[in-house]
Design a protein. Sequence first.
Lengths: 191, 191
Amino acid sequence: MNIRTLCLAILHESDATGYEIKKLSVEGKYRYFAEASFGSIYPTLARLEQEGLVTLREETQPGKPSRKIYSITDAGRRALVEALSEPPTPDVFRSGFLLVALCAELLDRATIAAAVEGRITHLREEIGHLEELLRSTNDPTTHWAAAYGIACMTKSHEYLADHRHEIEALARDDGVVETSPPAATFRVAAT
Amino acid sequence: MNIRTLCLAILHESDATGYEIKKLSVEGKYRYFAEASFGSIYPTLARLEQEGLVTLREETQPGKPSRKIYSITDAGRRALVEALSEPPTPDVFRSGFLLVALCAELLDRATIAAAVEGRITHLREEIGHLEELLRSTNDPTTHWAAAYGIACMTKSHEYLADHRHEIEALARDDGVVETSPPAATFRVAAT
DNA sequence: TAGGCCATGTAACCGGTTACATGATTAG
DNA sequence: CTAATCATGTAACCGGTTACATGGCCTA
């Protein structure tokens, strides 16, 4: 998914500034399509305007930088439909965590546990966001997409919680020494 | 995940040529980390060799182009561990399908149904590949990763199959005209 | 008063893809 | 006889990120 289509899709839902589009594509409900930065959004918006796919009105607000509010045009809506009509590129899943898991024998248990922990936290946050989205929207398509995401991520979270001990047990085992309590036992008795 | 780490991870498992690495990263079990092309793999391998992280032996086989078989070195293994030890970048999920779903009101039912169909087929294939991988490997980390993938994708598949009618029902409804047969009925009678 | 938020934009850079170049072998 | 597979590599290109430039307002 390129920035172009992303911008059109967002503007199809409602008018927005470049700044708002960036927020939506990083934190908002459009973050599953392409992660855009200012350096890509602003030039894209400018090109879209040249091509007549969007229009803009400038709003000068006293004491604040003026904002350019973009709106999609009919031509833009047509271009969006065209882009969405060709078979979507297969969904992409790229996991840094999974590579850590695959190389578990190379790493110590703490590193793996940290990676698992990070992934679990991330999933929990993501599910939280989607549940919030579900509560706050009336749009049926958003509702459907959010529910789908929640179902998948909940399963992922559940599986990880249930099976994390297995992958953690496969760590490079040179930390075994730590399982047998050191002199501490005696020290406790001594204090 | 960059091509560099990907190459090291693959070579950590076994020696390979650039050609083989490409296959593994596109079709094989390493396809969830980075999709690499020849244009990125060959230069990466050359650089890795210069840096002493891998070594290569050349094998001239009669009637076939000679192959350069790469092996990871101790330094390479250390570099890999280092790369894997820093907290993994959060998993990325990018869905062309989900954007189609979000924009369902813009599209006709057939387009959405095709997108759903494509996604279901893709999930089924993916699950099939992972099940095959599960059967054919003894490596416990591969086993764990494959089982995790199967669990997530099965849930995704199941949810889609159960709820596809909902999103398909949200399509732009101007295709209804097509349900009433056109003049063709008369033409058939005339012939 | 430091840092974060709003708001827009440019320029350098970079990781990666696409297309090209080459060529023998084998399967359909 | 064509297409795919094996096998390596280069050069042009491109989409996108990072860093830079600017600046006022608001909150901790």
